[in-house]
Write a protein that binds this ligand. Structure first.
Ligand code: URA
Length: 238
């Protein structure tokens, strides 16, 4: 059983808000009867019509994008800038699962499957996110250990992280690290390094759960396989 406005919205016809307007305006029928009550529950067996046209269920699609720099992670932008959704030509109303900053590159999943997105993002799934980080300065052991054990950002401690030093470059005065976390807080990696006195210059998500960038150049994408989708769904039962 699902709420009528949700079913209309996830069919890809329109947004949840606009679906509510359609219902209130008497333009929605369930089994040929006009329904004006928001929150009416329907099942997959009910026939829903908007303006007497039967709702076609949008097929579920799943993409893995290697997000380039300089693109915002959202569905639309009030300044009309290009968004990650514009990089994937498809008819379905896809949206990004989680966020990457404007200047962050790498693994980003997009889908129109809300359940799938929720599983991947839910803290209880604890999916691993692996970042390659370039910071200004030569990072010291103390900073690395502090980051491993957790630091306070936005008033809350981060969970334990795996931090591996890849390279110290004295010529450019920069350090490269691999950071593995299981959380997805806002600007988490940048804030973690900021809290120990290092500015992140470059950030790339190399992997999220089982999804990595193999075979994908910057700006390229591929569809997920049914097996990959099933593996994400299997997290729900854990
Ligand atoms: N952490 C950040 O600071 N930015 C991102 O885009 C992703 C993780």
């Amino acid at each position: 059983m699902e709420r009528l406005q949700k079913v209309i919205a996830t069919s890809g016809l329109t947004s949840r808000r606009k679906a509510e307007d359609l219902i209130k305006a008497g333009r929605v029928k369930v089994n040929n009867v006009i329904v004006r009550e928001l929150g009416t529950k329907v099942t997959s067996k009910d026939i829903i019509k908007v303006d007497d046209k039967e709702l076609i269920k949008e097929k579920k699609v799943y993409y893995l994008l290697n997000k380039p720099r300089g693109i915002i992670t959202s569905v639309s932008d009030d300044k009309e800038r290009k968004t990650v959704v514009d990089l994937i030509p498809c008819n379905e109303r896809i949206y990004p699962v989680g966020r990457l900053d404007y200047d962050t590159t790498g693994v980003l999943i997009l889908t129109n499957d809300g359940d799938f997105a929720n599983i991947l993002m839910h803290p209880s799934s604890e999916v691993e996110k692996v970042y390659i980080v370039k910071v200004k300065g030569i990072i010291d052991k103390d900073a690395i250990n502090t980051l491993k054990n957790g630091v306070i950002i936005d008033g809350k401690m981060t969970k334990q992280a795996k931090i591996k030093l890849r390279k110290k470059d004295y010529k450019t005065n920069t350090s490269m690290l691999t950071v593995t976390i299981h959380e997805g807080r806002n600007h988490q990696v940048k804030k973690m390094f900021e809290s120990v006195g290092y500015k992140v210059l470059k950030l790339k998500r190399e992997r999220e759960f089982i999804f990595d960038l193999k075979g994908l150049k910057s700006g390229e994408y591929r569809t997920l396989t049914p097996k990959e989708v099933a593996i994400v769904y299997s997290l729900k039962t854990k």
